[in-house]
Structure formats: C-alpha cells, structure tokens
Design a protein around this ligand. Structure first.
Ligand code: NDP
Length: 318
C-alpha cells in the first residue's frame, strides 16, 4: 500500500483562487489589505519565511511592509514599533517573526499586538476565542492543516486523533480545532510514555515535534492519515542515510547540497499510511495561505464586514 499524497501546493493555489474575488471586492470599496512583517536580526530560516510571506502578499496584490530592527533591539523599542503599527489604519495584520532575540520579552511583544490585527493568532485574546469556539483569527499552521483535511474529505468527527507536540503555536491550537470538529484528541509531548503505542491507536496522527523523521512506520495504523508539520534541516550524513535509505535520489541531493529538509515523519511511513503530507510541499504552503486569508479576514472584520468563507471557523463542528 502506498499512501495518497496530500498536496499542499495545490490546496494553496486553490485558496488563492478563492481569495481573488474577495480581494477584488475589497479593492472596489477602496480597501487594499496590508500586512506588516517584523523580522529581527538575521536568522536564515526566519528570513526565508518572511520573504515567502511578503512574496505571497505581492502575488495576491496585498500591501506589505518589512520592518527589520537590529538584533540588539530592546523590548521597549519593539513595543514602540508594535504600538505604531497598531495605530496605522493601512496596516491590517501584524506579524512578528519568531524566534526573537533573548533580550526581548517575546510574550510582552505578542501581547502588545492589537488582537484585531493578530493575523498569526498568537495573542491571548485570539487563543481565548479559539478555546471557546468563537470566530476569530486562528493560528495559521493549525488552520492550514484543517484545510488539508477538509479539502481532501478526510473524516474528523468521532475519529481518534493523536497530536505529537503541544506547543502554543501548533500543538495546542491544533488540538482545539480538532476538538471543535468533534475528533477524540490525545495530546502527546516529551514526557509521554510509549509514544508509538499511543500513535498506533489513531486514525489521524499529526506530528509537530521538531524531531527529524522520528515517527516510524510501526507507529502508524495501516490506512491512517498522517500530517507532518515538522520542518527540520539535517546535515549529518549518517542521519540522511537512515532517513533516505529507500530514496536514492534524495540521498544524492543531500550529498550534493550537504543538507536536506525533512519532516518529523520517516519517509517509509508512506508504505503504511492511507494519506500523508510531504515535506516540503505539505503543511508549509498552507501556513502562508492561511496568513493571507487571515490578513484579508482582519481587513474585513476591522471595518465591520463579515469575514469570507475560506478560513475554517473554529466552531465549524458544532
Ligand atoms: P516546539 O519546539 O515549540 O514544540 C515541540 C513540541 O514537541 C513540544 O510540545 C515538545 O514537548 C514535543 N516534543 C519534542 N520532542 C519530543 C519527543 N522526543 N517526544 C515527544 N514529544 C516531543 O516546536 P513547534 O511546535 O514550534 O514546531 C514543531 C515543528 O513544526 C518544527 O519542526 C517546526 O519547524 C515545524 N513548524 C512548521 C510549520 C509549517 O508551516 N509547516 C510552522 C511552525 C512550525 P514538550 O512540550 O514536553 O517540550
């Protein structure tokens, strides 16, 4: 058996096509949604992510701005910048790329973002709305996963779902979205005993641990859906040999480049799962698509208009 590959790029394109009329409608009313990205320092991965987000805005005709404070920025300076962006009427969404340098109090910075502009869904107000199943701005990666499931008609209601990871930005909001869609959710973390045995009970496994290819085929029930959120860069040849043993082409690419991007799920899981997201090209493109969707949603909500139908409502399962 070989799993159906859940193509994130195709779903992203579908979402962009659906957003076009909404953008045109706002444009006709003189509104061009705008996203302000704040990128501190020179973390190469963060630079790639922010560049992709700005490129997505340009592709869709949204406005975007990049603010790039120096690595040495203080919490007070960050709070001042966020305050200015909160006051600007042309800014609908504020994105603070994580991680922030150690001297910056990331919590205070994220809490300073106006909840109406919280397109990443990290503000306590957004999280509170999500807990209560009220409409609002939901974290992009988990809502992107819901789009993948929904658009591939993968059943959620009544399904045993296991989450590997409990971070504030992926695991916890993901658990809440699945719960609101009436899955029976188990949340695992680094202190969980016998992860493989728990994962094997699930029809839906979502891996978000940041551990390269840790989820092995014997963790997965035959035919289960596996969503791989992990994005890990590996550079150890022994690790690459373990992960790409059956994929000579990818091993060769690794040898040429000296590194590779892999998920949290071992590629051999494709032989067991019923459906699986690839890395790259699975969840990643959806994260950016949902950021675009949230920016448009914020632009409408801030002006008292109802949001469009693209973004999954947290309460959709009730
Ligand atoms: P965090 O490091 O914040 O959280 C990782 C979670 O996994 C924690 O809850 C941790 O448990 C758990 N964990 C770590 N190791 C183990 C283990 N050995 N066994 C069981 N649980 C474990 O990561 P994020 O949630 O931010 O990201 C997770 C992954 O997803 C990363 O690879 C990241 O790059 C990727 N990512 C991808 C995105 C995308 O767009 N596709 C967007 C965001 C993230 P504990 O709480 O006990 O420490």
């Amino acid at each position: 058996m070989t799993a159906r590959i859940l193509d994130g790029n195709a779903i992203r394109d579908q979402i962009y096509t659906e957003l076009q009329p909404e953008i045109a409608e706002l444009g006709a009313a003189g509104i061009r949604p705008g996203l302000a990205a704040v990128l501190v320092g020179h973390n190469p991965a963060s630079e790639v992510y922010v560049r992709s987000k700005i490129a997505a805005c340009e592709k869709l005709g949204l406005r975007s701005w990049l603010f790039a404070p120096a690595e040495s920025v203080s919490t007070a300076e960050m709070l001042q910048l966020i305050g200015e962006l909160n006051r600007r009427d042309d800014v609908d969404g504020i994105l603070v790329q994580l991680p922030l340098p150690r001297q910056v109090d990331a919590r205070r910075v994220l809490e300073a973002v106006d909840p109406a502009k919280d397109v990443d869904g990290f503000h306590p107000v957004s999280l509170g709305r999500l807990v209560r199943g009220e409409p609002g701005l939901v974290a992009c990666t988990p809502s992107g996963v819901m789009e993948i499931l929904r658009r591939n008609s993968i059943a959620i209601e009544g399904v045993p779902a296991v989450l590997l990871g409990r971070s504030d930005i992926v695991g916890k909001p993901m658990a809440l979205l699945l719960l609101h869609a009436n899955a029976t959710v188990t949340i695992c973390h680094s202190k969980t005993r016998d992860l493989p045995q728990i994962a094997r009970r699930a029809d839906l496994v979502i891996a978000a641990m940041g551990r390269p290819a840790m989820v092995m085929p014997d963790w997965i029930r035959t035919g289960a859906t596996v969503i791989d959120v992990g994005i890990n860069r590996i550079s150890d040849p022994a690790e690459a040999a373990r992960i790409f043993a059956k994929l000579p082409q990818r091993l060769e690419q690794f040898r040429q480049k000296g590194s590779a991007l892999v998920g949290d799920v071992h590629p051999d899981v494709v032989e067991i799962a019923g459906a699986i997201t690839p890395v790259p090209g699975g969840v990643g493109p959806l994260t950016i698509a949902m950021l675009m969707s949230n920016t448009i949603k914020a632009a409408r909500l801030r002006r008292g208009q109802a949001a469009g139908a693209t973004a999954a409502s947290p309460a959709s399962g009730h």
